[in-house]
Design a protein around this ligand. Structure first.
Ligand SMILES: Cc1cc2nc3c(=O)[nH]c(=O)nc-3n(C[C@H](O)[C@H](O)[C@H](O)COP(=O)(O)OP(=O)(O)OC[C@H]3O[C@@H](n4cnc5c(N)ncnc54)[C@H](O)[C@@H]3O)c2cc1C
Length: 550
């Protein structure tokens, strides 16, 4: 690492507060604008200047091939103009082709000598992995002090004093720089301030062509690309449910998981559940984990430590559940529920499931009347299926529809019968009594009855027990045309089935086994086994089918 001689820095510091602006993507840039806002407050108390510092390349071609310049990278010119609207008195753009790709080593090598030359009072970085590393490298190069992870900063008797959480947020440290006044470095939490547009005199933008000593000749970035969308599902989710240490055990944590599934939400966690291996590390939310920005976030059994809060501040609505009414999480929550999560969650899960099914029922009616909304209905079915980690086959089996049909439902090209909701609800462990209206139950019953009299091109069946179609024991006469197949029943019925062949010859495929039955022969089987009927004779085959469902 390149080190400057201590004497290279003058002790004559200017009343300038520099903020390094992170241009890697909109999210990080937004964090930097927050820090810029906080810095502006500080500059007010010192009558100093707020200066945004941007590193990048204004040229089109990054040097050294294409090491994966991110399409999300914000061009320096555009970002500079934005900084002036958010309160930067001046904007300094440090330009070099090597800075086209954000690398902490290059950035520090470019920034440190520039800082040494200009002697600002402070250089502030947003607390991200990139900011932390670049700040540490820069400070080291010019032998300056670095205060890490500040939640707040102020000037007291001319000295910088930073408030930094320590011991997992249980203590707040107050830290200052020692020695003669010289540039200090600082990393600040991304939500220490709130970005605000500032009207008035637009800030000045200055460009500097800088050297970037490549001190790491042995290193070359070969490629970089954004993580796959699957991995980013948590960050992009509209609804997130986070569980914390307050859940106590892995078994109780399963309730948080269940709530997330019922809501079709992504699951997240604070650090303790990750350390306890209740959940994988990719689900960690916070300063060292992921930042989420859902419309709705449930935070359950979490205290609201600053390191966690940093990852959820962008959530539109936060609902917190904690049994301690003085827990800090209630300070950032929009809705606070003081309750024991282990008692509350089972009730909440049931209510959410009922509400989900009620909404789905309404959507189904609407989809039947307005075909354009069938796509929305299908999307909701898919969302629920995916949140339960079911394959389309598993859903078909649970709802008694063919996989083909279910695919069409999800694509919005058909709407299922209303009775489908009964089986779907059952699969989701929801009692239909709790979400269906009385007239809907009656309608489903009558639809179910109608469904027992059917005629297709290849087969027909007729109920032999009229009036009791919705009861447990039913009988049908099934007539299958010569050499034709009865609609494959590749899904399960619950209960028992009895088939007596009256005319012709029947092939019954039961699971992996085929049975051939001639007129006068019968079979009794568990109708839970997938089965298929085919007429094997040159005449129609007629069978008496008796079905018992529990
Ligand atoms: C450098 C650093 C980085 C860190 N990064 C992160 C990070 O990225 N993400 C992160 O999460 N943490 C991070 N931490 C740890 C962080 O400081 C906290 O320790 C952590 O967030 C606490 O998690 P928690 O809220 O689940 O647990 P706790 O702080 O133990 O809180 C548990 C809460 O549950 C409540 N509770 C208990 N029982 C019940 C019940 N039955 N029903 C309802 N409520 C109940 C309690 O009242 C309490 O408020 C970091 C720490 C450091 C030092």
């Amino acid at each position: 690492m390149r080190q400057l001689n201590k004497t290279a820095m003058s002790t004559d510091v200017k009343k300038e507060l520099w903020v390094h602006m992170d241009l890697r993507n909109r999210k990080f840039f937004g964090f930097s604008l927050n820090v810029l806002a906080k810095t502006r407050e500080l500059a007010g108390s010192t009558a100093g200047e707020t200066v945004a510092v941007l590193l990048g390349s204004s040229g089109s071609q990054p040097v050294g091939g294409d090491p994966g310049e991110s399409p999300e990278l914000i061009p320096v010119g555009e970002a500079g103009a934005e900084c002036t609207k958010y309160g930067a008195d001046r904007v300094l753009i440090l330009d070099n082709q090597l800075l086209a790709v954000p690398r902490p080593d290059f950035f520090a090598n470019a920034l440190a000598p520039f800082v040494a030359e200009h002697n600002p009072m402070l250089v502030i970085f947003t607390l991200t992995d990139f900011g932390r590393e670049t700040a540490a490298r820069s400070a080291r190069i010019i032998n300056s002090g670095l205060i890490s992870e500040c939640a707040d900063v102020s000037i007291e008797k001319g000295n910088v004093v930073a408030d930094c959480p320590a011991w997992s947020g249980d203590f707040m440290g107050r830290i200052t720089f020692l020695g003669a006044p010289r540039t200090g470095f600082l990393t600040m939490q991304p939500h220490a301030g709130r970005a605000v547009r500032v009207n008035g005199r637009p800030g000045l933008i200055e460009r500097f062509s800088v050297d970037v000593p490549d001190t790491y000749k042995g290193l070359r970035l070969l490629s970089s690309s954004p993580g796959d969308m699957e991995a980013q599902r948590l960050e992009n989710a509209q609804t997130v449910v986070v569980g914390g240490a307050g859940m106590g055990t892995i078994e109780n944590f399963a309730l948080v998981r269940e709530l997330a599934t019922a809501m079709g939400a992504e699951l997240g966690a604070t650090r303790p559940p990750v350390l306890e291996h209740w959940i994988e590390e990719e689900r960690l939310i916070g300063q060292t984990g992921k930042s989420v920005r859902p419309k709705l976030l449930f935070s359950i059994g979490t205290s609201g430590a600053v390191q966690y809060a940093a990852g959820v501040m962008e959530a539109k609505t936060i609902v917190a559940v904690n049994r301690d009414s003085s827990a800090p999480i209630f300070q950032i929550a929009d809705i606070g529920i003081v309750a024991d999560a282990k008692v509350l969650l089972p009730h909440l899960i049931t209510r959410v499931r009922q509400a989900t099914m009620r909404k789905l029922t309404d959507d189904l009616y609407s989809a039947k009347d307005h075909l354009d909304t069938a796509k929305d209905f299908g999307a909701k079915v898919r969302e629920l299926r995916e949140s339960h980690n079911w394959t389309i086959e598993a859903l078909s089996e649970a709802t008694g529809q063919s996989p083909d049909f279910m695919e069409k439902v999800e694509a919005g090209s058909v709407t299922p019968p209303v009775a489908f909701l009964l089986r779907f609800a059952k699969a989701l462990k929801i009692d239909p009594e709790t979400f269906l209206r009385r007239e809907e139950k009656a309608l489903i019953r009558s639809l179910r009855e109608q469904a027992f009299m059917k005629r297709t091109r290849d087969y027909s069946y007729q109920t032999l027990s009229p009036g009791v179609e919705s009861r447990h024991l039913r009988a049908f006469m099934v007539t299958i045309e010569a050499r034709k197949i009865h609609k494959p029943v590749a899904y399960k019925h619950e209960g028992e089935e009895f088939i007596f062949v009256m005319e012709g010859e029947l092939k019954l495929s039961l699971g992996n086994k085929d049975h051939r039955l001639k007129a006068g022969e019968s079979i009794h089987f568990n109708s839970d086994t997938p089965h298929k009927l085919k007429s094997m004779s040159s005449e129609t085959t007629r069978c008496l089918v008796v079905l018992f469902t529990p």
